[in-house]
Design a protein around this ligand. Sequence first.
Ligand SMILES: *[C@@H]1O[C@H](CO)[C@@H](O)[C@H](O)[C@H]1NC(C)=O
Ligand SMILES: *[C@@H]1O[C@H](CO)[C@@H](O)[C@H](O)[C@H]1NC(C)=O
Ligand SMILES: *[C@@H]1O[C@H](CO)[C@@H](O)[C@H](O)[C@H]1NC(C)=O
Ligand SMILES: *[C@@H]1O[C@H](CO)[C@@H](O)[C@H](O)[C@H]1NC(C)=O
Ligand SMILES: *[C@@H]1O[C@H](CO)[C@@H](O)[C@H](O)[C@H]1NC(C)=O
Length: 273
Amino acid sequence: MAWAKYFLFFTIISLISNPSSCAEEGLGAIVQIGIGGTSIVGTNYINNVNSLLSVLISESSAGFFNASAGDDSGRAYGWFLCRGDLSAERCDNCLHRVRDFIVRQPISNYHPNAIVSSSNLECVIRYANSSTALVYRRNTTHTVQGFGDRLSQHRQYNTTLLFTMQDVVRLISSGILTNPYFFTTEVGVTGTSDRIFMLSQCTPDISRMNCSDCLHDLYTTFPPTSMGGNILGSNCLLTYNNEPFFGNGYHKFIPSYLHLILVLLLAMYFTFV
Ligand SMILES: *[C@@H]1O[C@H](CO)[C@@H](O)[C@H](O)[C@H]1NC(C)=O
Ligand SMILES: *[C@@H]1O[C@H](CO)[C@@H](O)[C@H](O)[C@H]1NC(C)=O
Ligand SMILES: *[C@@H]1O[C@H](CO)[C@@H](O)[C@H](O)[C@H]1NC(C)=O
Ligand SMILES: *[C@@H]1O[C@H](CO)[C@@H](O)[C@H](O)[C@H]1NC(C)=O
Ligand SMILES: *[C@@H]1O[C@H](CO)[C@@H](O)[C@H](O)[C@H]1NC(C)=O
C-alpha cells in the first residue's frame, strides 16, 4: 500500500473526547471518536449497539444504511457509509474490521454517541443513543490526518489544493452533478509535475446544499497542512493525495482540471442566465 511509504504525521483532533485507535497490520488503524462527552453506558445499550452493527453489516452491499436496534430503553441508532469507489467485498471487509474493533473494546470505552472509521476513511460507522443525535448540523468535523510532505514546502501545491477544494464545493452546490454525494477529481499543479487526487463523499440522507456546506466546513475547520489528508465530519468526508488512491468507481467523474473549469463555467451559465 502507498500508505506505508509515508511518514505518517498523525493528528486526531476531536471536537471533544478520548479518541482511541488500534492498528491492524497492513490495514491501517481504526479510529473511534466519542461525540458530546463520555458517560457510562448501560449493558442494554451495548447489546443494542452490537445488534445494530450486525444489521448494518448485513446490508453492506448498499454502501450506506441507516437503522436502529433494540427496545426503547437503550435503543441504538446508526448508519454506515462506505467510500463510493469500493467493491462490495472491500466495503464488507472494512465494516467487519470496524465492528470487531467496537465489540472487542472494553465496555468502559463505549460512548453513547460515536463515529468509528478506518483511518483511510474507506468506511465509517456512526452510532448514537437517540435519532436526533444523527441529524445533520454545521461545523461537526471530527478528525484530520495528514501525510506526505508539509505544504509549507510546496506553495503551488497548497494553492491548487485549496482552489480544488473550493471548486468541488461550488460544483456540488451548483446542482449540475448527477451524483453530488460522491465525487472524484484529478488536477495538475501549475508549474510542477505534481497532480492532486481528491475524493469527496456525503451521507445520502442530507440535502445537496448540506453536503456542499458540510465539505466546506471540513477544510475551513482543519486547513490542510500536508500533501495528503483525510478529513472526517459527521456527514461527509474529504480525502486527497498526490498519488492516485481511488478506484474506477461507479461515479468517477472528471479526469482533468480543464474539464472541471468547463463544468463550473457551465454551472455559472445556468445560474446567471
Ligand atoms: C444519550 O447519552 C447522553 C450522554 O452523552 C445522555 O445525556 C442522554 O440522556 C442519553 N439519551 C438517551 C435517550 O439515553
Ligand atoms: C440543510 O439543507 C436544508 C435544505 O437545503 C436547509 O433547509 C437546512 O437549513 C440545512 N441545514 C443546515 C444545518 O445547514
Ligand atoms: C462554522 O465555524 C466557522 C469557523 O469557526 C464559523 O465562521 C462559521 O460561522 C460556523 N458556521 C456555522 C453555521 O456555525
Ligand atoms: C496554503 O495557502 C493558504 C492560502 O494562500 C494559506 O492561508 C495557508 O497558510 C497555506 N498553508 C500552508 C501550510 O502554507
Ligand atoms: C434513520 O433512522 C432514523 C431512526 O431509525 C430515522 O429517524 C431517520 O429518518 C432515518 N434516516 C434516513 C435517512 O433514513
